[in-house]
Ligand binder design. Structure first.
Ligand code: PRP
Length: 213
């Protein structure tokens, strides 16, 4: 029997794009396309098992070895610093981590800046590097509301199209870092299943190259 490669995929639109790339790389698993609520799919012939997990949980499965590999956003990798290998930038799921505030906001450097975010570590590292004194307000979603209600001065959040900011009268002040989806691997899984992982990685890298041309 073939060794099974365990893959954590981020549930949602990004995960579907990722699966299409894996399929093209020869790791197909047709049952995954059946529209049901199952979360685990496998193809023994090819030697692959996929799990759909919450995008922000992919790195946890991979770090702890429940999955050998997975695809996670750079935002999650920067925020949680999981002990995994980052193998490849897949050049999809592109967005940026940015600071935003109400249109016309002026920062007063004399005052502690109130920052609402889901990405407390990214925000702390960023402002620390600038020597700016901040107060972090950790939220779990709908971050855009915070400056509108006066809960914070600014937000640190993901901006993709900019629509959410625009519709809430907010604007980007600074971009902190560009974000995209990354192929990650468990450190010992990478050793023991290196042949399969290298094969997959090389095909994905080629697909990224072809797309760029
Ligand atoms: C992210 C982010 C913004 C939105 C930005 O939320 O927090 O709300 O996307 O996208 P836009 O620039 O294209 O409008 P996401 O949908 O990932 O989930 P969340 O609300 O749980 O943060």
């Amino acid at each position: 029997m073939k060794t099974m490669l365990n893959v954590a995929l981020p549930k949602g639109r990004l995960g579907e794009k990722v699966y299409a790339m894996f399929e093209k790389a020869g790791f197909e698993c047709p049952s995954i396309k059946e529209n049901n609520r199952k979360l685990i799919f496998e193809n023994e012939e090819v030697g692959v098992r996929y799990f759909w997990v919450k995008p922000s949980d992919v790195a946890i499965y991979v770090e702890r070895g429940a999955a050998d590999i997975g695809v996670a956003g750079k935002d999650i990798l920067l925020e949680y610093r999981p002990n995994v290998y980052e193998l490849l930038d897949l050049d999809i799921g592109k967005c940026r981590m940015a600071v935003a505030a109400k249109a016309g906001f002026r920062d007063d450097p004399q005052k502690t800046l109130k920052v609402a975010t889901k990405f407390s570590n990214i925000a702390a590292t960023y402002y620390n590097s600038q020597g700016r004194d901040i107060d972090i307000i950790h939220l779990n979603g709908s971050i855009e509301i915070a400056p509108i209600l006066g809960l914070s001065d600014v937000i640190v959040d993901i901006v993709e199209t900019g629509t959410t900011l625009k519709e809430n009268n907010l604007e980007v002040i600074e971009t902190i870092v560009p974000i995209s989806a990354r192929l990650i691997a468990n450190k010992s899984g990478f050793k023991f299943k290196s042949e399969q992982i290298e094969l997959l990685k090389n095909s994905l890298a080629q697909q990224v190259k072809d797309k760029a041309q």
